[in-house]
Unconditional design. Structure first.
Length: 414
């Protein structure tokens, strides 16, 4: 099914221009598209016949097989962490770096951030794409960048107070850690924060509410991934109804993860991205494994840029327990509906005496009757998900905090 609502003539023109001669510029695509006349692709239907690009393809191209320009045009490389396999190396040209900064500056503007703000940047610097993208966008906007990087919470809070930082950029896990530490130290009244730009991992409404309340800020979801520039290709607006993405730089499709076909408008599926301007390492129909949906219709903020919903999870986060498909977002939604349950949780799956057992550890608000909350969580999981779980309530702060992404699922069956 064609997703015509989200297709524009200018995007098709950019795609056909990108494909023309791509097999000559890139050994990677010369091999991938062997036997396909890329210049003959002149319609959306023809484009949608091209095979997807997978993460495994990018790993197989290590170290610089994705490079599509001469060496002298590459000014920087970034890389995925490689924690689950061979790293993916993405080369950037000068234009790629400038385009990324432009998209990131748009994100700040969408969030109501101006050149009078002081932006404290806690994501990591180095091969990972995060920190330097936040900084480049701030500099393009003309705001003051405070490039802290991750960790050293004492120093983070000192700079936040002394420099009167107005914007916090962080993962949701680290934003929560900082919020809890600010409350513990009783220094909320010394803070000047007004905005939070949060990315890198899926976070639910309960966590969002806690961070916003404890920091006293408006929160914005920012989206991106290392293979596609990095964070900054999309962000939520003040109405918090999905994320606008920059469709003059990237083309989005949403597919059924099993069939590869487009889902109906508004249905949940896997996000597929094509870069429209990337020079150093263009990506064609790249499967992100992120689960989202298109949000049709105009946004109340007035932006003409289209929207996708908040990322619900990843296809590779999904696990099957007793025949039921589970991903962390479902548990997050259940906890949000149970009074007394807080935002932090972990899922532990074991195989005991021939049966799968799923234990959900979750934090509870102080003063809560834990047995009652456990019973409510057990009932909501049975009703909402169709699975009987073992709920284990703990006090706030007992589950681990992270400066990076938080691992929610531990599957001990294999």
């Amino acid at each position: 099914m064609s997703q015509s609502t989200f297709q524009k003539p200018a995007q098709l023109a950019a795609i056909t221009s990108l494909l023309a001669g791509l097999d000559q510029r890139s050994a990677f695509y010369r091999a991938k598209y062997a036997g396909i006349d890329l210049r003959a692709i002149q319609s959306w239907e023809q484009f949608e016949q091209l095979p997807f690009t997978e993460k495994a393809d990018l790993r197989d191209a290590y170290p610089l097989g994705l490079q599509a320009v001469p060496d002298e045009e590459v000014v920087r490389i970034h890389s995925s962490s490689g924690t689950t396999g061979t790293p993916v190396i993405i080369p950037y040209t000068r234009q790629d770096v400038e385009d990324w900064a432009e998209m990131f500056a748009r994100c700040y503007v969408m969030a109501g951030i101006t050149n009078t703000d002081r932006i404290q940047i806690t994501p990591g610097y180095g091969l990972w794409t995060a920190g330097i993208g936040f900084q480049a966008g701030a500099e393009r906007l003309g705001a003051m960048a405070v490039p802290m990087g991750p960790g050293n919470t004492d120093r983070q809070l000192q700079m936040m107070v002394d420099l009167k930082s107005t914007v916090l950029c962080a993962t949701s896990s680290y934003a929560l850690l900082l919020a809890e530490e600010i409350q513990r130290r009783g220094i909320r009244e010394r803070m000047h924060l007004r905005k939070g730009v949060i990315g890198s991992e899926r976070w639910g409404e309960e966590m969002r509410s806690r961070i916003a309340r404890e920091l006293g800020v408006e929160l914005y979801d920012i989206y991106g991934l290392t293979e596609i520039y990095g964070p900054g290709i999309g962000i939520s607006c003040e109405h918090a109804c999905g994320m606008h993405y920059w469709d003059d730089f990237v083309y989005f499709e949403i597919i059924d993860q099993h069939t590869g076909k487009h889902v109906a408008e508004g249905e949940l599926g896997e996000l597929v991205i094509t870069t429209l301007r990337k020079q150093g390492a263009p990506l064609i129909r790249y499967r992100t494994h992120d689960l989202t949906r298109f949000i049709p219709g105009p946004c109340a903020c007035g932006s003409a840029f289209p929207r996708i919903d908040t990322i619900m999870g990843r296809t590779d986060d999904m696990v099957k327990v007793k025949g039921v498909v589970i991903f962390p977002a479902l548990i997050d939604e259940v906890l949000h509906e149970v009074e007394g349950a807080s935002s932090e949780f972990q899922i532990m799956i074991d195989h005991i005496e021939g049966h799968d057992v799923m234990t959900v550890f979750f934090e509870t608000v102080a003063g809560t009757h834990r047995e009652g909350v456990e019973a409510a969580v057990r009932q909501r999981c049975k009703t909402r998900i169709g699975l009987t779980v073992v709920p284990k309530a703990v006090a706030i702060g007992e589950l681990p905090r992270s400066e990076k992404k938080t691992n929610r699922v531990f599957d001990n069956r294999y």
